[in-house]
Design a protein around this ligand. Structure first.
Ligand code: PLP
Length: 267
């Protein structure tokens, strides 16, 4: 395939005649059968979806390609996000590809250097905010509300739309939904997106079944497990160091409707 998610799943995405069908080759990532963990656990049909194979190294590219295409459709001149992680790398790469400017606001002192280096290499402009992530996001909201600049944090609904294509791919390969889907939960956008993808395929009659959604937070950053925001989330897994998830309610709905769980592990 290698055509990208907008082309491949255009009928199930917010694509119209004005939407540019762009692609850096995101999606169509390998679904690899486990050779060790699966047999050890007595589960011969355990698969890993290698989302690190996306163009900038994370599943964020699936949602970003849709968000950027919609930004171009709306004649945006640039994009902006608050992020120290994979979102900024993805936003910067797709912006460079499409000739848009990219601004990344980062809370002072919370810099994931590797990921920031990636965004800088793609030409994003980095702005340090004297405050936490919430303060940075508030500034992004204010600026994008008043300028022809598109907000590409996960509160941008096109991000979730694009990310649901991972559920389509898993289903296309297996011929149905899996029994269980295990997924890390930070802002809870991705668990929301997978659930939406599986529900849509089920409604279309493409899948007979729905999976149980098994979400996992780090023990030091587990607001959904604890049932309340965590003021100072701590974990070495910086992509899920989130104290107050943006898609909290949607994640709980996915858990409850699917009969799955959201649990915490390690730190
Ligand atoms: C963004 C990200 C997550 C967290 O996803 P959410 O949608 O915020 O729950 C987990 N792992 C990686 C590698 C990520 O880039």
């Amino acid at each position: 395939m290698g055509t990208g998610v907008l082309e491949r799943y255009r009928d199930l995405l917010p694509v119209n005649e004005e939407t540019p069908i762009i692609s850096m080759g995101e999606g169509d990532t390998p679904l690899v059968r486990s050779r060790h963990l699966g047999p050890e656990l007595g589960c011969p049909d355990l698969f890993f979806k290698l989302e690190g194979c996306n163009p900038t190294g994370s599943f964020k590219d699936r949602g970003m390609v849709v968000a950027i295409a919609k930004a171009m459709e709306e004649n945006s001149v640039g994009v902006m996000c608050a992020s120290t992680g994979n979102t900024s790398a993805s936003a910067a790469a797709y912006s460079a590809y499409c000739g848009l400017a990219a601004w990344v606001l980062i809370p002072k002192g919370e810099v994931a250097l590797g990921k920031l280096a990636q965004a800088m290499a793609y030409g994003a402009r980095i702005l340090l905010v004297d405050g936490n992530f919430d303060a940075a996001l508030a500034l992004v909201r204010e600026f994008t509300d008043n300028n022809p600049i598109t907000l590409v944090n996960s509160v941008n609904p096109h991000r979730i739309e694009g990310q649901k294509t991972a559920a389509f791919e898993v289903s296309d390969i297996l011929g149905d939904a899996p029994d269980y889907l295990f997924i890390p939960v930070g802002n809870a956008g991705n668990i929301t997106a997978y659930w939406r993808g599986f529900v849509e395929y089920h409604q279309l009659g493409q899948n007979d079944t729905l999976p149980k959604m098994m979400g996992f937070q780090a023990a030091g950053a587990a607001p959904i497990v604890l049932g309340k925001p965590v003021a100072f989330p701590q974990t070495i897994a910086s992509a899920i160091r989130i104290g107050n998830p943006a898609s909290w309610k949607q994640a709980e709905r996915a858990r409850d409707q699917s009969g799955g769980t959201i649990d915490s592990v390690y730190r």
